[in-house]
Design a protein around this ligand. Structure first.
Ligand SMILES: [Zn+2]
Length: 332
């Protein structure tokens, strides 16, 4: 039974690999009198850039529940046939009335996952500033030509979390107008691994369609914060104390035995993905208090300081709740 299952899966993969590009080739000759058919955008060669970080393989093959990679309520027009660089189901998104109108617009994660590429691709390919998110099960999404990348390789991102802004970055000398180049892939054999995009459970209306975002339309909250005190503070930091901030979040004190540093982070539980007043601070005995205070979507911090053998005061704020510790943890 096991062998049979593997063979069936292999056949299904081969079948989809061969049908994908063929279907796209059949669609391509459709007569189109629009000016864009004679002036396709040249994004430069795309490709299959290697991941910067490895994530553990996940056995499930189910596709994630993808949403449009733009904030809730926005309507964007996707075009799969307007770029000479496209191989099959890639989509270029625009919404503005002028060529430059979309520059700087927020791009969000289509589904939760781990950032495995966040880098300008230089002259290697035409993606320019590229973010790739691994969603598990071999599924990944690509977000290209970004003006700004606001997440780093290795970061966990929530669905609907901002990952960058729309732009026109590409390989040197390649002039394109600002748009989001978006791809869904499963597997590694480029370009057969480029899959049809789905948004809110519906397959995109290839080759061209307008889609209104349902991404995180719950108004924030309700989702799970992908960040932890130890992921925010970094490798080597372990939680040694914590305090609840009502139902709004938790502030954590961590310690790194390797370098003698404490680190404080406030992890939100409510209004996730919405910038709300959040703070974390750390005051080492005899030193000035260090703090991270602002309007943050998921957490405040990290606030790190050398504190081996010193007492510390620590605390934070989320929602209407504040915590201030006494002077404590004098030995660590
Ligand atoms: Zn494109």
């Amino acid at each position: 039974m096991r062998t049979r299952g593997v063979l069936t899966a292999g056949f299904a993969l081969l079948f989809s690999l061969t049908t994908g590009p063929v279907a796209a080739a059949w669609a391509a000759p459709t007569p189109s009198p629009s000016p864009s058919s004679s002036a396709k955008e040249d994004e430069g060669e795309m490709g299959n850039p290697p991941d910067q970080v490895d994530v553990p393989p996940v056995s499930t093959l189910a596709a994630p529940s993808f949403q449009l990679p733009f904030p809730c309520g926005q309507t964007w027009t996707g075009n799969s046939s307007n770029s000479s660089a496209h191989k099959s189901y890639e989509i270029d998104f625009n919404r503005g009335s002028t060529a430059d109108a979309d520059r700087g617009d927020t791009v969000v994660a289509a589904a939760a996952g781990t950032v495995v590429i966040s880098a300008h691709q230089g002259s290697t390919n035409g993606y320019g500033n590229l973010v790739k998110i691994d969603h598990g099960g071999g599924w990944s999404t690509y977000y290209a030509h970004l003006t700004v990348r606001s997440v780093s390789a290795g970061a966990q991102v929530a669905q609907g979390q901002k990952i960058g802004t729309v732009g026109n970055t590409s390989k040197p000398g390649n002039n394109i107008s600002p748009h989001l180049h978006y791809e869904v892939r499963q597997g590694t054999s480029y370009p057969g691994n480029i899959r049809k995009a789905t948004f809110n459970g519906a397959t995109f209306g290839y080759p061209n369609a307008s889609v209104t975002s349902k991404n995180k339309c719950g108004g924030g909250g309700g989702s799970t914060n992908p960040h932890t005190a130890e992921s925010v503070c970094g490798a080597g930091y372990k939680v040694i104390d914590s305090a609840a901030l009502g139902s709004s979040g938790t502030v954590y004190l961590t310690f790194n035995a390797g370098n003698g540093n404490n680190c404080v982070a406030t992890i939100k539980k409510a209004s996730l993905g919405k910038a709300t007043a959040t703070a974390a601070y750390l005051e080492v005995e005899g030193k000035t208090r260090a703090a991270d205070t602002g309007n943050f979507e998921y957490y405040a911090g990290p606030v790190r300081a050398a504190a081996a053998g010193k007492c510390v005061k620590w605390g934070g704020k989320a929602g209407s709740s504040t915590y201030n510790s006494p002077s404590e943890h004098c030995g660590s």
